[in-house]
Design a protein around this ligand. Sequence first.
Ligand code: CP3
Length: 345
Amino acid sequence: MSQKMLIRALAGEILPRPPIWFMRQAGRYLPEYRAVRARGGSFLDLCYSPELAAEVTLQPIERFGFDASILFADILVIPDALGQGVRFEESLGPLLSPAIQKRSDVDLLQPERAMARLAPIYETVRLLRRRLPREVCLIGFAGAPWTVASYMVAGMGSRDQAAARVWAYGDPEGFAQLIDILVQVTAQYLIEQVKAGAEVLQLFDTWSGSLPELEFRRWCIAPTREIVRRVKLACPDVPIIGFPKGVGPLYRDFAIETGVSGISVDSGLPLEFAHHYLQPEVTVQGNLDPLLLVAGGKAMLQEAERILLMMGNRRFIFNLGHGIVPETPPEHVAQLVEFVKSWRA
Ligand code: CP3
């Protein structure tokens, strides 16, 4: 139970070697994932099919022996559950319509319907808790409000999240209505995941790096703090990992101010900074460049060792700086997991 390595690391324990799992550890780089995916249906159908979603969640656990398993779903199930249509196009990525760009658009959302529509995902969590090996920790997740809003406002993925930033500058109170709905629904969604069996939660704020300092405080730190507060009220013991990608020195403010137990850092953050300014506050997770996992070989192992030497003697979780990419050879993943699992502080 609380003997699982990930939970011990998040409680601040220094372990003989850090636990390891990877963001996007289930996905297109695995032939067995592509096989399930090809059985028909859309990507969202897969997210809402408990049996299949549980199956692809377990694939990387069976193949590589990760210490933690992340629920297979997507951050965009929240806009979908709110009634904004979401679909994934092969070469275009996610498309959301209608775009939510002003106050009257926010009124179209249906927060009261969202929890029921997300029920299949809680069922996936329940299946996983029964099927996972007892030493493997189950991570639930959601997108953080800023990142999810950036897709809802643009109606698609965007390079610089310009549409959301312009709305937030021009009408902060109107944009705050959207963020407030996302805070409320995301907190409820995470609480339901914990009730169904999730043991750790991660909040993905992939696009926080596009915001200047004051905007980052208002649209990333504050909503995250409120979600953490609400989740802790209902589930006091569940550790939460934040991932405000690309925010450099503001990682420290996020670590201190939000109440998270762990912070996932991107590959651009200097290890010195993480060691001196983050590890005294929270457990750090990261941060091997996912493209080193594509390259493999000596370059990959050298960087993994540098990370372990710098971070492994304090509270730490070995992960990537962002998700695994589809071009990744599975043999490289196997080699890296083996390397980290046999390393000793
Ligand atoms: O980490 C895991 O293994 C759990 C599952 C997971 C997925 N997406 C599965 C997925 C998680 C945690 C996510 C998070 C997610 N989704 C984020 C935040 C983290 C990050 O990677 O930045 C974001 C921004 C999304 C939105 C999203 N989902 C995009 C932009 C895309 C299209 C791009 C792409 O890779 O195709 C997705 C699709 C997606 N989500 C896939 C998977 C396995 C690929 C879909 C497919 O199989 O066709």
